[in-house]
Write a protein that binds this ligand. Structure first.
Ligand SMILES: [Zn+2]
Length: 404
């Protein structure tokens, strides 16, 4: 007998149907990575964010990466899909060589000028104290070098995605460790994250962030890889940037009559025309084929623009207990999150932990989110887990023929 939705909360969780984390950071705590094959979750989509974790994600993929699109052939140890990308929180560590006459390394004055240009609030004149503060920040690296490195990783791992990339208007860059104080840092964590550092008053201006975001979207388009996108207090400009990448490639939205006409024409098309169409599908484009808005926190109204059928990329939204369920809402009123989730097509929702530690806590976060989503969508647990699994496969692995 079928269970009612109300009964579902007390039901055992159907892990055996396959649960997939669409966005997480286990390489932030490398000692937990070896436990991934023993987790209840079947596959983790593992993000890279900064200089320190790209190679760690690659090593994790060497041990646990899935080796084919065909899930039926996976061993228990194939439980990771690697992602390579540069997170908005670290965009100040990158410069555009074209802004510095092609120079690949910056002297002290150029380094200070770089920070003066890309940080806000913007200062036309720096005090001696500010000069010293900028001089103490990390030595910026050419972004073009990072893009080349990412392209090599993506080529080495044909099933890898691009992430985590995006835009963030709310974060401030941390102060450099005060000499001597870095001894206080937690050695179990991969370096380069914020940890306990004080935040500076500076943000990275959105123009600079956007330049780096867009270049990575284009790389994903060139290699036809899906992307995982971070957007915080920048939902409008995230959409605008994505839209710029697919400009000119919008799908023609057909009327019923046109659809019928097209179906008739397709019947009479030759085999060669069908092949041409397939060819076109895998060829490089300036935008990614599939986009996941990770821990999506925009309001439901703003999400409507992503439902436009002319958008040539598949848009997914993923939800985490860490971000999306952090503020306990008034249960008597339908929350914005509920409204949003109801609006998203069933086949475009994903779940994620966004956690920096692999293991039981990650499993628990995923289970909590699935239960919540099933409640909102009116799915039974097993229907929900199956739907979310098929969504993740479509997002992360793509359709079989997409990989040439
Ligand atoms: Zn993340």
């Amino acid at each position: 007998m079928a269970n009612t939705i109300e009964d579902e909360d007390s039901q055992p969780f159907p892990w055996q149907l396959g649960v997939y984390d669409a966005h997480c950071h286990p390489t932030d705590t490398m000692s937990t990575v070896s436990s991934i094959p023993e987790m209840k979750a079947r596959v983790l989509t593992v993000m890279a964010t900064r200089a320190e974790d790209q190679e760690l994600v690659a090593q994790t993929a060497d041990r646990f990466g899935v080796k084919s699109q065909n899930q039926g052939s996976w061993s228990q140890d194939e439980c990771v899909v690697p992602c390579f990308g540069w997170h908005p929180w670290f965009t100040h560590q990158m410069f555009d060589v074209e802004d510095f006459g092609g120079k690949e390394t910056l002297d002290q004055d150029s380094k200070i000028l770089h920070y003066q240009t890309i940080l806000s609030p913007k200062r036309d004149h720096l005090s001696e104290e500010e000069r010293q503060r900028f001089a103490s920040l990390p030595d910026p690296k050419p972004f073009s070098q990072f893009l080349e490195q990412t392209k090599r990783y993506l080529t080495r791992y044909p099933l890898a995605l691009v992430g985590e990339i995006g835009l963030d208007r709310s974060f401030r860059i941390p102060e450099t460790w005060i000499p001597g104080h870095d001894g206080k840092r937690d050695e179990s964590l991969t370096p380069g994250g914020r940890e306990g550092r004080k935040l500076s008053p500076y943000r990275v201006n959105i123009v600079h962030q956007k330049k780096l975001f867009k270049a990575q979207l284009q790389l994903a388009g060139e290699l036809q890889r899906a992307v995982s996108v971070h957007g915080v207090q920048a939902h409008g400009v995230v959409f605008e940037t994505l839209q710029e990448t697919w400009k000119g490639y919008e799908k023609k939205v057909l009327s019923k009559r046109e659809k019928k006409k097209q179906a008739e024409a397709a019947k009479s098309s030759t085999q060669q025309e069908v092949l041409d169409a397939d060819e076109k599908q895998v060829s490089p484009k300036p935008f990614p084929p599939r986009i996941c808005l990770h821990s999506y926190s925009g309001n439901p109204d703003a999400f409507k623009q992503y439902l436009n059928p002319a958008i040539p990329a598949e848009i997914y939204a993923s939800f985490s207990t860490a971000i999306n369920l952090s503020d306990k809402q008034d249960v008597s009123a339908p929350s914005a999150l509920e409204q949003l989730i109801k609006m998203i097509p069933d086949d475009r929702i994903l779940i994620e932990s966004d956690l920096h530690v692999a293991g039981p806590r990650m499993d628990q976060h995923l289970e909590d989110m699935v239960r919540r989503l099933c409640g909102i969508k009116g799915w039974t647990l097993s229907d929900g887990v199956e739907q979310l699994g098929s969504n993740w496969r479509m997002f992360a692995l793509g359709r079989m023929q997409d990989l040439s």
